[in-house]
Ligand binder design. Structure first.
Ligand code: AMP
Length: 469
């Protein structure tokens, strides 16, 4: 099947050709015709499946077929994403696909100055990609009018709910016109998504991205058992003795990240921390320095790392295991991307035994253990409870999440899709390794929708959920 047979216009086909896409991905084959028919969609698709083009291409086509209203500061399509990084990525795609069309797109998110965004909105925007908080700021300041929205897209809606955006979303919905097309995408179906879909969608067509045979299972995983007080020493030893030049290290807390960074610097290893307490400008600068190799170790918290897109990252170290097993999958997915070999090492002390067990349960396999000579755990040391505040799930809702941080996950998935569907050039951005790693390892997350819906979809009756199929 070709893009042409999906009924896309010449301008879009030209932009698609520029991207180097030779054929549509499964989600695109399913979504594009349905969206072009102006139907609501409930789409189960992870980032990395070609989902963005799946909704952006038909959205651009629909908008280009008619002219918008002249209401000041109004927009015609609203794409909501959970994080700034994802928002930026999606807008970049929309701009690329729409480059031969007379439609204007823009992205707005928090953590940066609002004035340039106001200026942009004033000059006229057709398609707006936004994170919920900053969007509402604009509405409040009357620099944005949502009353003319024709198409609403909720991208990664499950993540938005996880991040506590439901109230913002509800508020935004009240500001939209009643008559509009709604597209709701999620990676994992849940009761919350079901409720949202029930409220939002009119006879939606269910579509599901077929699972890709990801070849990116190039991540080697290893656990080094070690005493809690000797982790930092072991980390320095591993970095030094193996001459690792680019290492991403995860800690559970922002405080832990700062402390470890200082200790590594003290050990003579250049390091920088990245977490939600750092300003966006600092984070951008730190990340750029790490990518360029100016800093050898980047110490990150889970939430801060969600937006990280680092090419050729050979080493990921879990200095502490994450409180949430799914974060483990996400963390290790930072490496082993784009067919590069990667190794994910976890330094695990006795306190983390249960977490390790839980991770292995989720992975459905044991992670090989290797005790490093000289760092053998002392069997007389007893397990201690992990302080509550160290659990990162707390940060997710309050701390970093509020910064709308996480282009989660997008990248290795993106690269893999591009490889599989024959795109010529690689873009340097992206995210959802979580998705890729999960798929690659066949790890279900909460309730996977895979296999529950008939591909191609059909209209969903009220009250029905994918698992009813
Ligand atoms: P997404 O799931 O939207 O994040 O897209 C994943 C990656 O696949 C992005 O880098 C896209 O540029 C790329 N992509 C999307 N559609 C296609 C296609 N039909 N052929 C090749 N690559 C694609």
């Amino acid at each position: 099947m070709s893009f042409k047979s999906l009924g896309l216009s010449a301008e879009l086909l030209r932009a698609i050709a520029d991207q180097g896409y030779s054929k549509p991905t499964p989600i695109q084959r399913q979504a594009i015709p349905v969206i072009l028919e102006r139907k609501d969609v409930l789409g189960g698709a992870q980032t990395g499946t070609g989902k963005t083009a799946g909704f952006a291409l038909p959205l651009l086509q629909l908008l280009s077929k008619s002219s918008g209203s002249k209401v000041k500061n109004s927009i015609r399509a609203l794409i909501l994403t959970p994080t700034r990084e994802l928002a930026a990525q999606v807008e970049e795609s929309v701009a690329a696909y729409g480059k031969y069309l007379p439609l204007k797109s823009a992205v707005i998110f928090g953590g940066v100055k609002i004035n340039p965004q106001i200026e942009k909105l004033r000059r006229g925007v057709d398609i707006l990609v936004a994170t919920p908080g900053r969007l509402l700021d604009h509405v409040q300041q009357r620099t944005l009018d949502l009353s003319q929205v024709e198409i609403l897209v909720l991208d990664e809606a499950d993540r938005m709910l996880d991040m506590g955006f439901i109230h913002d979303i509800r508020r935004i919905l009240t500001l939209l016109p009643r008559r509009r097309q709604n597209l709701l995408f999620f990676a994992t179906f849940s009761n919350d998504i079901e409720r949202l879909a029930e409220n939002l969608l009119n006879s939606p067509v269910l579509i599901e991205a077929a699972s890709r045979n990801s070849a990116s299972e190039t991540i080697e995983q290893l656990v080094h058992p070690v005493d809690r007080t000797r982790k930092r020493e072991l980390l320095t030893f591993l970095i030094g003795s193996n001459n690792w030049r680019k290492v991403l290290v995860f800690t559970r807390t922002k405080h832990g990240a700062n402390k470890l960074t200082k200790q590594l610097e003290h050990d003579g290893i250049s390091a920088a921390a990245i977490h939600g307490n750092k300003s966006q400008a600092t984070r951008t600068r730190t990340l750029a320095g790490f990518k360029k190799g100016e800093v050898r170790v980047l110490v990150a918290t889970d939430i801060a790392a969600r937006g990280l897109d680092i090419e050729h990252l050979p080493h990921v170290v879990n200095f502490e295991l994450p409180g949430v097993s799914e974060d483990y999958v996400h963390r290790i997915g930072r490496t082993g991307r784009a067919e590069c070999e990667g190794i994910a090492i976890s330094l695990v002390c006795i306190d983390e035994r249960d977490q390790l067990r839980e991770i292995e349960r989720v992975l459905k396999r044991e992670i090989p253990k290797e005790v490093i000579e000289g760092y053998e755990p002392d069997p007389s040391i007893k397990a201690e409870p992990i302080p509550h505040g160290r659990n990162n799930s707390n940060q997710r809702r309050g701390g970093d999440a509020a910064h709308g941080n996480s282009r989660n996950d997008v990248n290795s998935a993106r690269h893999a899709t591009r490889r599989e569907y024959g795109a010529r050039k690689e873009r340097p951005q992206g995210g959802s390794e979580e998705a890729v790693a999960r798929r690659a390892q066949n790890i279900p997350r909460k309730q996977s929708v895979k296999g529950q819906w008939s591909p191609g979809g059909r209209a969903m009756s009220k009250g029905e959920r994918p698992s009813d199929r």
